[in-house]
Ligand binder design. Structure first.
Ligand SMILES: C[S@@+](CC[C@H](N)C(=O)[O-])C[C@H]1O[C@@H](n2cnc3c(N)ncnc32)[C@H](O)[C@@H]1O
Length: 210
């Protein structure tokens, strides 16, 4: 198991509550949906993979959905059973506002993934940046373990977790998840070359429930 990250304010609920309180105001005043974490290109790579590989009627959950834009995009691609949860109430308010604005039919609710998000309810779970945030809490090791256990529990047999991180490499993610998940696929992300080493800024791995 790799070492833990340094704790950061991004690992606290206060940070996200403050951020989304402002983003709700911005959306209502200027129609700005707020931060697209990791950028449009990464979001597009994830939704393209889902579009090519997942049946349109599968039950899909986005954990730590933020403004809900990943689900809005999937809805526009024809997916019909879309759900988002976030532990920040204002993220849920924002996601509902944004979804209404785009005329999409998505269910959003407040939930803390470290408690529970269901039992064998979903074929697919999406995570863009949420495991990263959890990895920066002051209780990161226990929180990461609770996350892995709850996501595993919420997936149906052979269900898929599509996780995208900017804090962990592909190999680190695999070392965290391998006891409960097999690697199903990897979404290619842009690479950089520095001093003869090739690396990726983002890692996007699809794990299948064992
Ligand atoms: C980096 S943001 C990413 C938001 C969204 N996935 C996106 O790509 O725009 C991390 C998100 O995880 C949420 N989050 C962090 N810890 C959580 C937890 N324990 N349960 C539910 N949501 C959580 C935060 O409120 C925030 O919306």
């Amino acid at each position: 198991m790799s070492e833990e990250l340094d704790p950061s304010e991004l690992g606290t609920q206060e940070y996200w509550d403050t951020a989304y309180r402002l983003e709700v105001k911005n959306f209502r005043h200027h129609g700005d949906v707020g931060e697209i974490w990791f950028g449009e290109d990464i979001a597009e790579r994830i939704t393209d993979w889902v579009n090519k590989n997942i049946p349109k009627t599968n039950q899909i959950l986005d954990v730590g959905c933020g403004n809900g834009m990943l689900l809005v995009q999937l809805s526009r691609m024809g997916f019909t059973n879309l759900n988002g949860v976030d532990y920040s109430n204002d993220a849920v308010v924002l996601a509902k506002d944004v979804s209404k604005h785009y005329g999409t039919d998505i269910t959003f609710a407040m939930a803390n993934i470290l408690n529970t998000v269901g039992t064998e309810d979903f074929e697919v779970i999406l995570d863009k940046g949420t495991y990263d945030a959890i990895s920066m809490s002051t209780n990161a090791k226990e929180d990461r373990e609770a996350y892995i256990s709850n996501v595993h529990k919420a997936l149906k047999t052979n269900g898929l977790l599509i996780i995208t991180s900017c804090n962990w490499t592909k190999d680190e993610l695999i070392s965290h998840f391998h006891t409960r998940f097999n690697v199903f696929d990897v979404i290619l992300t842009p690479q950089f070359k520095f001093g003869g080493n090739i690396g990726s800024v983002f890692s996007s791995v699809i794990f299948q429930k064992k």
